[in-house]
Design a protein around this ligand. Structure first.
Ligand SMILES: [Zn+2]
Length: 281
């Protein structure tokens, strides 16, 4: 079973790329035909895809480090190994989806994590290229928060496969091509649910963190169905398609705040409290 996992992970990646190319092609043709800001949307697409340059360079290091840490912990620390069966694979997928909910929610609520995840949210348009718009330090955080799955006994390859499945699932949900899907929207993450997540309107902020299931959002009170079409992007005034500004959009303000901090408590507040936190608040 474990030998199959590596091939399966690669196959899922290729499938994701195929779906993305198909969706993005239709979206681009639709923008051109409807004259729906095709220039602006094309530049946003390029800016989104450009984030893969630092991301992939970082991955060369982060993925290697994660593989070493996961296998070492599994070998020397994990007390009991969970056997790999179809049942435990399903369990691993549900567990990874649950962990993803918290990975994602905390990435919105802790500024040190938000400066990376904000890259994914800074596009003013919604198309499939946004699915590939990542911040530089997103994967070390993902590796860290999934570590308990290794500690409770899931094999590292199973955890990797489950993490990839949760991410690959989300390839098709960054689009305006697909409308509401009725009952499906109530149970699973979907284009309508995820458009809400990318909305910066007050009612849509900090909603729909789920990866595959919406169950976690319903359980923890963060679910919001799509009503009006969202205004996409960051709540603050950011509308750049310059790759460098997109890659590092949140860094200058954080560095300014850290430089102005008057105590260690303020440094801690700027790094670990919510984005927008001020010492007086
Ligand atoms: Zn998000």
């Amino acid at each position: 079973m474990l030998e199959m996992m590596e091939a399966w992970i690669l196959r899922m990646d290729s499938l994701s790329l195929l779906v993305a190319v198909a969706l993005l092609s239709v979206e681009t043709v639709k923008d051109l035909i409807l004259r729906h800001q095709p220039g602006k949307r094309f530049l946003e697409t390029l800016a989104s895809l450009s984030t893969q340059i630092p991301y992939i360079l970082g991955e060369l290091f982060f993925t290697t480090a994660t593989v070493i840490v996961y296998f070492t912990v599994y070998e020397f620390v994990t007390p009991l190994a969970i056997p790999v069966t179809v049942g435990t694979l399903v369990l691993a997928l549900i567990a990874a989806d649950f962990v993803y909910y918290w990975e994602h929610r905390l990435a919105h609520q802790i500024r040190l994590l938000w400066i990376s995840h904000a890259v994914h949210h800074s596009a003013r348009v919604m198309n499939t290229a946004v699915a590939f718009r990542f911040g530089f330090f997103e994967s070390p955080w993902a590796a860290l928060i999934h570590l308990p799955l290794i500690l409770i006994g899931f094999h590292p390859l199973v955890v990797f496969a489950a993490q990839v499945a949760v991410l690959v699932y989300q390839t098709w949900i960054h689009t305006e091509l697909i409308g509401k899907l009725g009952v499906f929207d109530k149970v699973f993450n979907s284009p309508a649910n995820h458009r809400v997540h990318h909305g910066c309107d007050a009612k849509y902020l900090d909603r729909n963190y789920g990866g595959i299931l919406m169950l976690w959002d319903r359980l923890f009170g963060t679910y919001q169905a799509e009503e009006e079409t969202p205004r996409y992007g960051l709540a603050r005034d950011f509308d750049s398609v310059n790759p460098l500004k997109v890659w590092f959009s949140e860094y200058p303000a954080l560095l300014r705040d850290l430089a102005a901090a008057r105590s260690f408590a303020e440094v801690r507040g700027y790094l670990f409290k919510r984005p927008g936190w001020r010492p007086s608040s």
